[in-house]
Design a protein around this ligand. Sequence first.
Ligand code: FAD
Length: 384
Amino acid sequence: MKDYEILVIGAGVFGAWTAWHLRRAGKSVLLLDAWGPGHTRSSSGGESRIIRMGYGGDEIYTRMAVRSLALWQDLIRQTGQPLFHRTGVLWMARPDDPYSEATRKTLGRVGVPAEIVPSAELIKRYPQMHLTDAHTYGIFEPQSGALIARRAVAAVVEDATRNGVEYTTEAVRAPYGGGRLASVRALSGQVVSAGVFVFACGPWLPKMFPELLKNRICPSRQEVFFFGSPAGDQRFAPPHLPVWIDFTEPRRPYGFPDLEGRGFKLAFDRHGPEFDPDLGDRRVSAESVAEANCFLAERFPDLRDAPLTESRVCQYENTSTGDFLIDRHPDFHNVWLVGGGSGHGFKHGPAVGEYVTSRILHGGMVDSRFSLASKDETQRRAVY
Ligand SMILES: Cc1cc2nc3c(=O)[nH]c(=O)nc-3n(C[C@H](O)[C@H](O)[C@H](O)COP(=O)(O)OP(=O)(O)OC[C@H]3O[C@@H](n4cnc5c(N)ncnc54)[C@H](O)[C@@H]3O)c2cc1C
C-alpha cells in the first residue's frame, strides 16, 4: 500500500468529514473503516439525527452547529441527495429552567432565528401533543431539523472519494510506543504508512487506547423506538409535527415526526448502562417498550395503541462532560484522537472535520473544552 500524507481511521461522521476536508485542502488521504461508513454498529449508523442550534450557554456548540448546517446544505446541493428534513426543532422548557433560558439568549446573540412559543400557542399549534404542565413553553428553531444519518455519512464518503480520498475496509491494530508513528498494521496484515494519523474510532476509542481512554470515553446503551401512526393520519408527520426535545422532564424524551415513512421516532436522552459496541445485545427490552408506550399514551394520546414498527440499540460515546475529544495523542506527536460525540456529535461532523483539518495543517492549541486533559473519569454531564 502506498504512503499517504494522512490516514484517517474510522468512517463515522467525524472521520468521514475529516477526510473530506483534508482532501479539499490538497492532502493525500486514506480513510479506513473496519465495517464501512455508517455501518449498523457505529454511532453514526442510525436512521436520523437531530440538527439544532440550541446549546444552553455553550456558544461554541451553537456556532459549530450553525457552521455544520451550512456545510451539510452545501453537500446536499452538490450531491443532489435529500439528506436533511427542515422540520423545525421545538425545544420544550419550563420558565425557571436556566439551561433553556441560556439557550434562548445564546441563539439571540449568535443570530439564530428562534421563536418563543407560549404555552397556549403550543396547545393550539400541536393539538396532537398533550402537555401535562400548563407552564411549558417552546423555543422553536425553524431552520433546524433532521439529518438522514446513515445515508448522510455514506454521501460524505462518496463525495470525498470522488474528490480523491481513497477508502478501504480494514480494521487497524492499536499502535504501540511513542514519538513519531510511521505506520499502522491492519488485521489483514497490510501495513499503512502516513505522515499523520487520525483515530476517529467513536465508541471503539477506549478499546483502541485502553490505558489512555478507558473510563474517559464511556459507551452507553441507548434505545430508539419507531411507532406506526394511524393510516392516512398526517398529524404525526411534517409539517404538522416538528422534531421535538422535552427539557421539562429528567428522562429528556425527544422525538421525530414520521420521516420518509419510517414511523414516529421516540427515545430518551438519559444515559443507559455501559455498552460494548462489538458484542452488546441490540435487542430492546420489554420494560423499555412498555415505558415508551406509557409515555406515548400520556404525551401523544392518539398514539396510545400505536404498534412498535422498528427499534434500535445504539451507543453514545460519553466523555465526562459531553465535550468532544479533539487532541493530539500525548505519546505520539503525529497522532490525533477525535471522538467523544456524547450523544450530540452527529450534527457537528462538518465543523469537527474542519476544526481537525485546521489544527493538523496550521498547528496551534486545541480549545480546552476539547482537550484530553479536560476529560476526567467521573461523569458530570454538562452538554446536552
Ligand atoms: C441513539 C442515538 C441518538 C443520537 N442522536 C443524535 C442527534 O439527534 N443529534 C446529534 O447531533 N447526535 C446524535 N447522536 C450522537 C452521534 O450519532 C454520535 O456522536 C456520532 O455519530 C459519533 O460519530 P463518530 O464518527 O465519532 O463515531 P462512529 O460513527 O461510531 O464511527 C467510528 C468508526 O470507527 C470505526 N473503527 C473503530 N475502530 C476501528 C479500527 N480499529 N479500524 C478501523 N475502523 C475502526 C468504526 O467501525 C466506526 O465506523 C446520537 C447517538 C445515538 C447512539
